[in-house]
Design a protein around this ligand. Structure first.
Ligand SMILES: *Cc1c(COP(=O)(O)O)cnc(C)c1O
Length: 227
């Protein structure tokens, strides 16, 4: 399988050419030597969904890697990644954001975050509704946070073979993103909306067409995962 990594990265990067979209290589469950191989082929952004695994890999791999946390994050684990994480894709509550802000302050950093927005028609996924997101952004508590920056939104489409449905869900996220940007005067204080994280192995081609700026692709690079 590792021998195919170079070719898989090439295939995806060809599709990203002439777009504003970047590749987050989702390396969860894969060992450090596999990540090192992708690094050797030029990949620099990696995504993990578990805090402990992310912290361990950060410790052993080159320091110019941009590490993204893409999975559900518990407030009590923020401190393990706060010193180095480049982007947290999965902020889904004010409580979590407050903790990230606190840890950002301790580390003298501004931690970049995306709000995870619920766009799927499944009730198993984490995320904020459009209304909850607006309320959060408008709250005094949010405006007082100086050690986080909201740089965009993340969404996961329904796990379905219905590509029209997936497309409609991605489109709804893009429409919401644009409306927030218009309302918020985009670059004020701790908000600078520039990224839409959407698209995985099965649907990243649709996501690119619908305006994604970060695709999170795992199995299409590294092969299927064995848990
Ligand atoms: C695992 C994961 C991905 C990548 O999934 P693939 O189907 O392997 O590309 C993307 N986003 C999140 C949040 C994930 O947990």
């Amino acid at each position: 399988m590792p021998m195919e990594i170079k070719q898989n990265l090439q295939t995806i990067n060809d599709k990203l050419k002439n777009t504003a979209c970047k590749l987050v290589a989702v390396s969860k469950t894969y060992p450090a030597d596999i990540i090192a191989e992708a690094y050797e082929y030029g990949q620099r952004i990696f995504g993990e969904n578990k805090v402990q695994e992310l912290a361990e890999k950060y410790g052993t791999l080159p320091k110019d890697i941009e590490w993204h946390l893409i999975g559900h994050l518990q407030s009590n684990k923020v401190r393990y990644i706060a010193p180095f994480v480049s982007l947290i894709h999965s902020v889904d509550s004010l409580k979590l954001l407050k903790e990230i802000d606190k840890e950002g302050k301790k580390n003298s950093r501004i931690i970049h975050c995306l709000f995870q927005i619920y766009i799927a028609s499944e009730d198993t996924k984490f995320g904020l509704s459009f209304e909850e997101t607006r309320a959060l952004l408008g709250s005094a508590e949010f405006k007082s946070m100086n050690n986080i920056k909201i740089t965009g939104l993340m969404g996961m489409a329904t796990n379905t073979v219905d590509r029209d449905q997936v497309r409609a869900e991605f489109r709804s996220l893009k429409v919401f993103f644009e409306s927030l940007k218009a309302d918020l005067n985009a670059k004020e204080g701790n908000v600078d909306l520039r990224d839409i994280s959407m698209g995985m192995s099965s649907d990243y081609d649709i996501a690119i067409e619908e305006g994604s700026t970060l695709v999170r692709v795992g199995s299409a690079i590294f092969g299927s995962r064995h848990y």
